[in-house]
Design a protein around this ligand. Sequence first.
Ligand code: GDP
Ligand code: MG
Length: 166
Amino acid sequence: KSGFVALIGRPNVGKSTLMNHLIGQKIAITSDKPQTTRNRIQTVYTDDRGQIVFLDTPGIHKAKNKLGEYMVGAAERTLKEVDVILWLVEPSSYIGAGEQYILDILKQVKIPVVLAINKIDTVEKEKVLAYIDTYRKVYPFSEIIPVSALKGANLDTVLEVLMKYL
Ligand code: GDP
Ligand code: MG
């Protein structure tokens, strides 16, 4: 199996940490060059189940200028070309403007979206269940997986689920 995954999420949610963890685990290549205007391959992950090419799509936010508009356009096109979208969020019971903006974009694409709620090592278990509930109500996610990119918790579940959609 082999396919493309768009990794989306606001700055600081833990995208790089997640990628770094995959690198430490298995054969993977990562690139963290300063962002140009295009989407880029961030990581290629391979194991005996298959290969996942993660595409970094940094333009998923409200555009403030022409370059921003171009980036958002490129990012939105990327979302239509991948096999599955992995959306990383922080644990929060509140869906902010940034998340709402992403949700509106997701509603226009018809590919599976896997939501990973990251940093669960920082919150209580019952709260995580409440966050899952909150997100379940706003979008038909293929799966919602609580994870800790830092501790490596549940990351294999994420890979397992992503592989299902390749
Ligand atoms: P990015 O901007 O989405 O690439 O986010 P980073 O991977 O750079 O992470 C931003 C900050 O969140 C860093 O200080 C990370 O150490 C921290 N972080 C990422 N994942 C976790 C996690 O699962 N738990 C905790 N406690 N911190 C995390
Ligand atoms: Mg990063």
